[in-house]
Ligand binder design. Sequence first.
Ligand SMILES: [Zn+2]
Length: 401
Amino acid sequence: MTERLYYDDAYLWQFDGTVVAAREEKGSWVALDRSAFYPTSGGQPYDTGFLTAGGERVPVTDVEVDREGVVWHRVEKRIPEGTPVHGEIDGERRRDHMEQHGGEHMLAGAIWEKLGGTTIGLHLGQEDSSIDVALPDGRTHLTEEETAALEDLVNGRIRQDAPIRCWFPSEEELKTLPLRKAPTVTEHVRVVAMGDFEMVACGGTHPASTGRIGQIKIISAIPSKGKVRVSFVCGQRAERLFRQCMRSAHKAGNVLSCPMDRLASAAGELKARLAEAERKVNRFETERILTEIRKNEERESLKDVGLSVTLLAEGEARPVSEAVSRYIAEAGKVLLLCAGERLTFARSVDVDIDMNQLIRRVGRGGGRPDLASGAGIPQCAEVARKILVTEGKGRTWRRKI
Ligand SMILES: [Zn+2]
């Protein structure tokens, strides 16, 4: 079993030890007699850093703990058993992890105290962290007020800068401790107490006091698999997020020419104006396409029927379909339309042509006897016209309805 130096001092960034075992498995791994490197566990990711052996600084790129409690370090270069090493931990990375992990404890404690919610697992991500919360009433969301109240409560307690203590209590002492939830291990139970706000079993690394968590910011509380997934950031991540939000808000304010507190209503007004403008453009476009369809209408090709072969470079789906509907609403109309790479074959109710069959003969697609659509090129419409003109010579197209 490795002596875990971070149990006693979570701010120990440098230490000395000796390699007691080495193995090769997807890289080189070494176990030390003592280590301050934290192995991935309890939702907190591993530490990175260096092991210096024989004057050479070897990067540590992963740390794991096995069932026997031996901490294994993946190193970029093989270090043989028996080698004395000097370890250096990436303190920035660890401090960040401790801020998120410490904040998670405080948040979980506050959720339990205020809402009776139990938390399951911690996911400490690259950007933000999250916990899944089971609420006693089975709700899968938190109200804005609840989120704000939790944030205020935790930040107030962070500002109190209460000491955070970690220790291994005796079996007798453990029975008397008011833990928030039952420990998942039965032996060597380590307890963390954060002021008198939170007490729970945990083997992780924690800041020395609540003040060193800095602050917490809840980002979202959304339903996830029957629970509430609460995402948050703490410490320096919260500072960065705030800076980022302010920059975005300033930029958006400049674009919309309004102060920050009016961003939502200004964006809403803009959206409404855009929708109105789109309606106008669509109306205009529908008229333009309809004019084009009418201009292309031939009266001589099919007896008693107006035939329009219309080729458009491209067209928004809505005005095209509106123009088509309006054209075939008139009696005795046949339309073979190609807009971009989209075919629309349509006819009035009183015309005896199966457009579904016709479009299948010249391109890919289908639909109803009166209206069919699909993919194709302008030549498809031309070919369809030829078929109608050639095969329908002398026949009557109109039918009584
Ligand atoms: Zn912990």
